[in-house]
Design a protein around this ligand. Structure first.
Ligand SMILES: Nc1ncnc2c1ncn2[C@@H]1O[C@H](COP(=O)(O)OP(=O)(O)O)[C@@H](O)[C@H]1O
Ligand SMILES: [Mg+2]
Length: 463
């Protein structure tokens, strides 16, 4: 098969000083199968101005090259009110591309990730995202629309994901509890994304699988984002790749931490951690808990195989409204994914096959629908249910949470004060302030969608 000859200048034209007119900056689209995927190992990390004459290209990627000024304009000059979130790379802002910006680029909301020039990440992570997401397209991977590479500036432009990341949806104090079937739907979507990467002709190891890197669209379809740490898997007879240990505490596989040996099974371990988070509603590491419960895997794994003990660790916010049989199967699967021995873990294909039937559960108790209606003031304050959504704006949420933390702090001070004065302090009964509790069917009714049916149908537009 003849490969198309490409140079870095044609792959990443925006990074070079030559001013390319916008219409020429779109990469050629054609069938991926006739080209070899460019891998990170094909490239020199130090400088791609010396990397040229590559015998492959980012074919079919359809990536757009934006100028820094364009991205500033569409995000209102990276305004705080457009802030969506932040990880190690830098802040992410919501932007809106109108149909006049580029011929062939439809009007759409996007998310723009901006490299923090004082941060710990940089060109290598940016390049990994362009290389992997530019070439790999799948329903369960976030769509990379384009990038910007001007002088030292590095930005990435993705499709906008309405419900943000799974971490916020699962753990944020003011969001409605994710119902059981939604959790399973998310677990399946994320598993399909990983399975796709692992089953590529040249497997890709994602390496940073965690709740904050799983994004959700309006219908809770999960997509993997943040390919900054992704890397090519072992080739030929190699059983693993050896790398510097990078990833996130609480999610990284034990053998990878110990030896630096990375395989697709390291991702499977991290997947098991996220599955456990979905079951228990607990974070992989939570320093605010008693010491033996701080590491979720250490605490929960021994309890996963025993159905009686399992009940004790299921997320109390589910209020018992889950399929017992489904929970057992998912728990057993999590147990296998979290095996100390990589070879004992299931492949992601098996994970998908095991989870899919769980959507057909018919043993979910249909408990009473409890919906705590917030007052107008509470609605304003919490940001919950704004426009019928959970609060979308991370900066608002952070603001409210900070405010609440401040209140907690004030309470603590008062408590200390009372204790010092010899008063006996008693905890008040926690009320369901701002919290809406839904059952699966209730959410289905509210949204008027088929989200919670086993056979998905297209969603009607929400008002
Ligand atoms: N496409 C997107 N749509 C909506 N929110 C996003 C999008 N991409 C990122 N975010 C938000 O920004 C956060 C950080 O993004 P991520 O790509 O994980 O950055 P980092 O590489 O710094 O970890 C995410 O957890 C999410 O809350
Ligand atoms: Mg991230």
């Amino acid at each position: 098969m003849a490969f198309k000859k490409t140079t870095w200048k044609s792959i990443l034209p925006g990074c070079f000083k030559a001013k390319t007119p916008p219409s020429e900056t779109k990469l050629p689209a054609s069938k991926q199968s006739s080209f070899r995927r460019v891998s990170l190992s094909d490239l020199s990390n130090s400088s791609f101005s010396v990397v040229s004459d590559l015998s492959s290209s980012l074919v079919g990627s359809n990536l757009h090259v934006f100028t820094l000024e364009e991205l500033k304009v569409i995000t209102h000059y990276l305004s705080k009110s457009n802030f969506l979130g932040e990880g190690g790379f830098g802040p992410v802002y919501k932007g809106f591309i109108d149909d006049k910006l580029r011929p062939g680029l439809e009007a759409r909301p996007v998310a723009v990730k901006v490299l923090d020039l004082d941060g710990k990440q940089g060109h290598r992570e940016w390049l990994a995202e362009v290389i992997f997401l530019g070439q790999l397209r799948h329903t369960h991977l976030v769509n990379l629309v384009g990038y910007c590479c001007e002088d030292e500036h590095r930005l990435l432009v993705y499709e906008y994901m309405e419900r943000g990341n799974l971490e916020n949806q699962l753990f944020r104090r003011y969001s409605a509890t994710l119902p059981w079937l939604t959790r399973i739907k998310i677990a399946i979507g994320a598993a399909k994304g990983l399975d796709f990467l692992h089953e590529e002709e040249k497997p890709v190891i994602y390496r940073d699988f965690k709740a904050s890197n799983i994004l959700l669209d309006s219908d809770y379809n999960a997509k993997l984002s943040d390919f900054g740490l992704a890397t090519d898997g072992p080739e030929g007879d190699d059983t693993h790749v050896t790398t510097r240990v990078m990833g996130t505490e609480g999610y990284a596989a034990p053998e990878y931490i110990m030896t630096g040996h990375l395989t697709t099974m390291s991702d499977v371990f991290s997947y098991g951690v996220v599955l456990l988070e979905l079951l228990t509603g607990r974070r992989s590491v939570d320093k605010s808990r008693p010491s033996r419960e701080q590491n979720l895997v250490e605490w929960a794994r021994p309890l996963l195989k025993d159905p009686h003990k399992l009940e004790r660790i299921m997320d109390p916010r589910l209020e018992g409204q889950y399929s017992t049989e489904g929970a057992r199967k998912a728990a057993l699967l999590a147990y296998q994914c979290l095996s100390q021995h990589p070879k004992s873990r299931p492949t992601m294909t098996i994970v998908v096959r095991t989870l899919e039937p769980l959507l057909d559960a018919n043993d979910i108790p249909s408990g009473p629908f409890v919906y705590v209606v917030p007052t107008e003031d509470q609605k304003k304050e919490s940001g919950v249910l704004r426009d019928g959504h959970e609060g979308e704006n991370e900066s608002d949420i952070a603001k409210y949470e900070n405010r609440d933390e401040q209140k907690d702090e004030d309470k603590k001070k008062k408590r200390c004060h009372r204790q010092r004065k010899g008063h006996r302090y008693r905890h008040g009964i926690k009320t369901l302030r701002y919290r809406a509790v839904y059952s699966d069917t209730a959410l289905y009714k509210i949204h008027g969608t088929s989200l919670y049916c086993t056979k998905p149908e297209p969603l009607p537009e929400r008002a």
